[in-house]
Design a protein around this ligand. Structure first.
Ligand code: FAI
Length: 507
């Protein structure tokens, strides 16, 4: 008996070449409407699925292959006499190969003018049914869902090597594909934040050389719904492949730089900002970010929220940097920076605050999911508990420092002056410890500076240390039982303090 293949594909690229090869290998082809036409137009012999089922396509194509003549032909267990007998009694011939790819649900959904009706019509029903049937029956049947596999499959058939293990691999690919397809559809049907089953699907961007350490394996996946030009879809203009740690740091750098509207630059090391500068132009902003901590920036990542021009590139060139991220680079800037073989240049669209998106953290036996920390300050949230109120000048720096401290690992303290960070205390087990690190880094520059704290002061010790170093204003969430002690300490030293009512822990 001739072997049979059912071909029903939305993406018709290379299907005629594949079908030609299959015919040469002795296959008989069964096909659906558009695919059949494509094959026949290319002069290939194929049986219309209608001739198998005795039914014409109906309901605008909603039903074409959903018929026992097709499904039983795929699903029959060739090792079971009863199955074979039943096929014979019903006049159904077995189908040995299923080549199907699905209606483009996601591409349709992505189109800005797509109506609900078109999106719904692009949910494929018959295709996944055949694919899943063939994948289930991989013992006897091969399922091909990806045109990229045509050549390898043909080659295997040619060498009589489309064996059980290859068919099982193809089956796994099918189930992964249909699971992803359904996850995308489920997400379209509901905007429930935390459903009973959290189905996520990511597409592989690249396999990474290794993870956080060389003995860890890693890969980078992208969210299929993310905007083009997000970090996962960034345009790498120069340099070698990003590493796992590069991607983490770049992500932190982007989150920080997206906080600032005026020209700004941030240098990031180990996901914390080593320096941030804001100014009227990017060149000055970068100089501030650099001067904030000229030691730590070495080997770091710099993100800018304005076009990098030749002047900025000239400054960047002087430092060893892993990555520079910007919305644009001028030709001159590219010429300067690409002289450095090891620097990576990433073009990423700014202002893509990940608002509304989820942050996933794996824990032992599960995953924690939360909405991203998009909290920003509005003026009516602020309260002023101290005798002294901040000056306008201090207020600008307080807001600048508050945006920075949100992105520093807790316990976090940031000192700032003249829209430049001058001290960053990150990831300490006690708050005053973080303050001491920030104050030590700032040294004499702490005189007249402001201080931001990501969470409230449990004791007045941080205020006291800051006051003694010359800090004149503080911003913090408030809410401690002992707030009054910190307020009293501020009043004693003539410090202005703002309560934000919002905490920014980052563990
Ligand atoms: N309804 C059915 O029985 C059915 N059978 C196959 N399809 C899909 O129809 C497409 C191919 O159609 P055509 O050969 O007419 O271009 C494939 O993407 C295939 O997955 C179907 N369409 C959707 O459910």
């Amino acid at each position: 008996m001739k072997r049979r293949v059912l071909i029903s594909v939305y993406d018709k690229r290379h299907v005629t070449e594949f079908a030609t090869g299959l015919i040469q290998m002795g296959y008989e082809i069964i096909s659906t409407g558009g695919t059949l036409k494509r094959l026949r137009d290319a002069g290939l012999d194929a049986i219309a699925v209608e001739d198998l089922t005795g039914f014409s396509e109906m309901l605008d194509g909603r039903v074409k292959t959903l018929h026992p003549a097709v499904q039983a032909g795929i699903l029959a267990n060739r090792g079971q006499d009863l199955h074979l007998q039943q096929l014979e009694d019903s006049g159904i011939k077995p189908i040995d190969l299923v080549v199907v790819n699905l209606y483009p649900f996601k591409q349709t959904f992505d189109q800005p003018d797509a109506t609900e009706q078109t999106i719904i019509e692009n949910i494929d029903i018959g295709g996944p049914t055949m694919l899943r049937a063939a994948a289930k029956n991989f013992n006897d049947v091969a399922a091909v869902v990806d045109p990229a596999d045509y050549e390898a499959v043909l080659d295997a058939i040619r060498h009589d090597a489309l064996d059980r293990s290859k068919r099982k691999k193809l089956a796994a690919k099918v189930f992964r594909h249909t699971a992803q397809y359904d996850a995308l559809i489920a997400n379209y049907f509901t905007d429930e934040s935390f459903p009973e089953h959290y189905t996520v699907t990511y597409e592989k961007n690249q396999t990474l050389r290794y993870g956080e350490n060389p003995h860890q394996e890693a890969a980078f996946y992208k969210n299929p719904f993310d905007a083009p030009m997000s970090l996962a879809a960034a345009h790498q203009l120069h340099g070698k492949q990003l590493s796992y740690n590069n991607i983490q740091d770049a992500n932190a750098a982007l989150a920080i730089i997206n906080e600032y509207q005026a020209p700004a630059a941030v240098a990031v090391k180990h996901m914390n900002p080593s320096g941030i500068g804001e100014a009227e132009d990017l060149s000055t902003a970068f100089s501030k970010a650099y001067a904030a901590d000229p030691v730590s920036i070495f080997g770091g990542i710099v993100a800018c929220n304005r076009t990098v021009d030749a002047e900025v590139a000239g400054k960047l060139r002087e430092i060893f940097l892993e990555i520079v991220i910007a919305p644009q680079f001028t030709e001159d800037a590219l010429a300067i920076l690409t002289e450095k073989k090891n620097i990576r240049l990433l073009q990423v669209e700014m202002d893509q605050a990940q608002s509304g998106s989820h942050q996933l953290t794996t824990v032992h036996g599960g995953v924690l999911i939360q909405s991203t920390d998009d909290g920003s300050l509005s003026d009516d949230q602020l309260t002023y508990p101290t005798e002294k109120r901040p000056t306008d000048y201090e207020l600008t720096d307080l807001q600048f420092a508050w945006k920075a401290v949100k992105h520093v690992k807790s316990n976090a303290i940031v000192l700032a002056k003249d829209t430049q960070t001058i001290g960053v205390g990150a990831g300490q087990m006690n708050r005053v410890g973080a303050a001491e690190i920030a104050l030590k880094q700032a040294g004499a520059k702490a005189e007249g500076a402001v201080l931001a704290s990501d969470a409230f002061f449990p004791m007045p010790d941080t205020v006291e240390a800051a006051a003694k170093a010359g800090v004149t204003a503080i911003i913090q969430p408030g809410g401690s039982k002992r707030d009054q002690d910190s307020i009293d300490m501020c009043n004693q030293y003539g410090i202005a303090m703002i309560f934000t009512g919002m905490r920014h822990f980052k563990h």
